[in-house]
Structures are given as structure tokens and as C-alpha cells.
Design a protein around this ligand. Structure first.
Ligand code: PMP
Length: 388
């Protein structure tokens, strides 16, 4: 089979012509075979008259039952403490980025300057692009945490809002906030804090956490995310944001998610545990890719070690969602371009403010796409040996 050459996509924020986004995105299709096996149990049929209203009962946009099942899922997995937290649904966690920044920013009438929204490089670029899109009176993009070092802003200065992605996209490391002090608020993005991507050392109990269904179940197209928020005032502001922008997460989606979460819960720790399935796929992909790359002097990957996981109750092998590639040769200053020549489509580290020596490979793709990736990586490494 002859595969089409990668098609160039639109220019990225830095003005570079980037790749065709689908080939390198975090599209979580590695879980499709799992749901094929559970096609019946996870199916939802919605007749034409059903769920037509904007709201569920009493003018509420969120399904009480779905919220209950999500709390059960966190408790069963042990990845987040939901007691004492308010739950806010959104159309994917992408919508939560701005909802939470808005909710944590000083009020428009406050005399303080805008809050500065920051993240540690390499970070998920949407924090920057979305904040810049809405930059305004209450908050603005403040760049990477490295720019601020030990700087502290008093609460009258507007403070910092720091995105902490744990595990991180792109390099899969567990992260802690870098900026401290009473004027710094942290938003923990736990999109990948699930046992198929990382060990779970303890339940996360942060003030503001965001989750998405896109990565644990793989239903990215349903566009469903949720935030767990300790402070009631902050949760009300986030809810108000979602209400004003999209009038609550789609009720069709909420119904589908209810079926999916219930199917996940019914199988936990059994033979058909979705996290055991997901971990096995991701672990094997990481092992194969690392073995191939270990023969190369041209490219290297992030270092990852086996760690104890409270969910599996054993030491588990690494299984990151992304490989964070570094090009080692002087002439491969643009790692994205170097890999593209070998028909390996990646996402440049420029967008993560990590520089062009780095680039990200998504490991969440379909089995077929992963096999093609392995062929091309193997060819690249073999070519080195042959002195090509
Ligand atoms: N946060 C991180 C760290 C992500 O990687 C992604 C998706 N790639 C998102 C948020 C957004 O996820 P979604 O909008 O699909 O919920």
C-alpha cells in the first residue's frame, strides 16, 4: 500500500508552515478497539422527542446523575478527591481553559491590573492561544513561568494564574506549580491523569482541576469536559461562563457520556478494565518506540521510569500519550522538518516554547497509524547505521 505524503497544514502561531494536524494530534483512537468490543453495552439510543429542552430539571444544565457517576469514577480510580468540590461541565476541557481563567481573574470593576496567565515550557500551546484571543481588562497572557522567576505580585497586582498540566502535554512528566505565594492561583489540567497514561501516586486534591472525557474514554468528538472546584464563588463564575457561551454542555453528549462512564465503571478491575486495556496498548507502543530510538544517535526521547501506581497496586511500565523527541545532530536544528523528511509527522516544539530542536509524536493514534509510524522510525534509524 502506498501511503500519501503528508500534506502541509496552515501556518502556526510562529508563522511556520505546520503539519496536517490530524496525523500528529492527540486524537485518542487507540481506544476504538475497546469500544468495538463493548459496542452493545455502550450504545445510547435517543428518540426524536427526547431531551429537547435546554435544561434538565429545575432549569439546571447539568445532569445530576452524570455528575454522580463522574464522582464515582474518580473515587474508584483514586485520581481526584471530589468531596467538597463543585463540578462544572463544559464542551470539552478546551472550553474550561478560558472559563477557569475568567473565574479566577479579578472582577472587572476591581482597580487591580489584569491577572497574568502563565505556564512552564514546554506547555500545551492552547493556554497561550486561547488566553491571547480573549486578552483584556481582567487577564492577559504572561508567558512562561521562567520569565517571572521569584517575582511575586500582590493580590492588588492582579496575581498570576498558572496552568499546571500533570502529566504534561507534551513531555508526560507529572508537574507541580512553579510560582508560589498567595497571589498565584493554579489550574491543574489533569487531561492525562488516568491509569492508562501515568501511574497514579495519590488522588489529586487541588483547588481547581480540569478533566476531559477525550482521553480516559477516547470520546473526543463528544466534546465533554468538567472542572472540580473547591471554592463556590469560583465555580459559580465558571458555570456562568459556560452558560453564557454555550448554554451548558450538550444534553445529547451528557446522555452519551452517562452510558460511557457507567460502562467504564462496570468493568473496573475486571478482565475488561478500560485502564488495563489502555495501559497495555500504550505501554507496548512506548516500549517499541523506545527500543527503536535507543539505537539512534540522531534522535532521543524523554526519560521515563516504571513507577508504583495506586490504581493497579503494582509498579507499572511507562505509557505516555506523547513521545517528546529531541534532535541531537547540529544540522537537525529543526526537528519537525528533519522528521518530516522521513515522512514522520510531528508537532513542532516551537508552539510549546521549547524550541525547534524538540517535536512531539502522538502515540494515541490507531493501531494501523502506529504501525506505519514504527516502520518510518525504524527506517530513519536504520538509515543512520547505513550512513545515509
Ligand atoms: N488539555 C490538554 C493538556 C490536552 O492535551 C487537551 C487535548 N489534547 C485538552 C486540554 C483539550 O481536550 P478536550 O477539549 O478534547 O477536552
Amino acid at each position: 500500500m502506498t501511503l500519501p505524503a503528508p500534506t502541509p497544514g496552515p501556518a502556526d502561531a510562529a508563522g511556520r508552515v505546520s503539519n496536517n494536524d490530524w496525523w500528529c494530534s492527540g486524537n485518542p483512537l487507540f481506544l476504538e478497539p475497546y469500544w468495538r468490543r463493548h459496542a452493545g453495552a455502550s450504545a445510547v439510543v435517543v428518540s426524536g422527542w427526547h431531551r429537547m429542552s435546554y435544561t434538565a430539571t429545575d432549569g439546571v444544565f447539568q445532569s445530576v446523575e452524570l455528575e454522580r457517576q463522574i464522582r464515582r469514577l474518580h473515587r474508584a480510580v483514586g485520581n481526584a478527591v471530589t468531596d467538597g468540590k463543585h463540578v462544572v461541565f463544559a464542551a470539552g476541557s478546551l472550553q474550561l481553559i478560558n472559563a477557569l481563567v475568567y473565574a479566577l481573574s479579578p472582577d472587572v470593576n476591581a482597580a487591580s491590573p489584569p491577572a497574568l496567565v502563565v505556564a512552564t515550557a514546554p506547555y500545551y500551546p492552547t493556554y497561550r492561544t486561547q488566553t491571547k484571543m480573549f486578552d483584556g481588562r481582567e487577564y492577559k497572557w504572561g508567558g512562561t513561568t521562567a520569565l517571572w522567576g521569584n517575582a511575586s505580585r500582590s493580590s492588588t497586582d492582579g496575581g498570576f494564574i498558572e496552568f499546571v498540566t500533570s502529566p504534561n502535554n507534551p513531555d508526560a512528566q507529572l508537574q507541580r506549580p512553579v510560582l508560589g505565594g498567595s497571589s498565584a492561583a493554579a489550574i491543574f489540567d489533569h487531561a492525562y491523569y488516568w491509569p492508562h497514561f501515568t501511574h497514579i501516586p495519590a488522588p489529586s486534591d487541588e483547588d481547581v482541576m480540569m478533566f476531559t472525557m477525550s482521553k480516559p474514554s477516547g470520546h473526543a468528538g463528544s466534546r465533554f469536559g468538567w472542572a472540580l472546584i473547591r471554592d463556590e464563588k469560583v465555580s459559580k463564575k465558571a458555570y456562568e461562563y459556560v452558560q453564557n457561551s454555550v448554554m451548558g454542555a450538550s444534553r445529547d453528549t451528557q446522555l452519551r457520556m452517562l452510558g460511557i462512564v457507567k460502562a467504564m465503571l462496570a468493568n473496573l478491575h475486571g478482565e475488561e478494565d478500560i485502564f488495563a486495556f489502555g495501559h497495555e496498548v500504550m505501554r507496548s507502543r512506548w516500549r517499541r518506540l523506545s527500543a527503536a530510538v535507543s539505537r539512534s544517535r540522531r534522535i532521543s526521547l524523554q526519560k521515563m521510569a516504571p513507577e508504583y501506581c495506586t490504581y493497579f497496586k503494582r509498579v507499572r511500565e511507562p505509557s505516555p500519550a506523547y513521545a517528546w523527541v529531541k534532535c541531537e545532530r547540529e544540522e537537525d536544528e529543526d526537528c519537525y522538518e528533519a522528521l518530516l523528511k522521513a515522512k514522520i509527522i510531528t508537532r513542532t516544539g516551537v508552539g510549546n516554547e521549547a524550541g525547534s530542536r524538540y517535536t512531539r509524536i502522538s502515540l494515541l493514534k490507531t493501531d494501523d497509524d502506529f504501525e506505519v509510524l514504527m516502520e518510518r522510525v525504524t527506517d530513519l534509524v536504520d538509515a543512520e547505521k547505513n550512513g545515509d
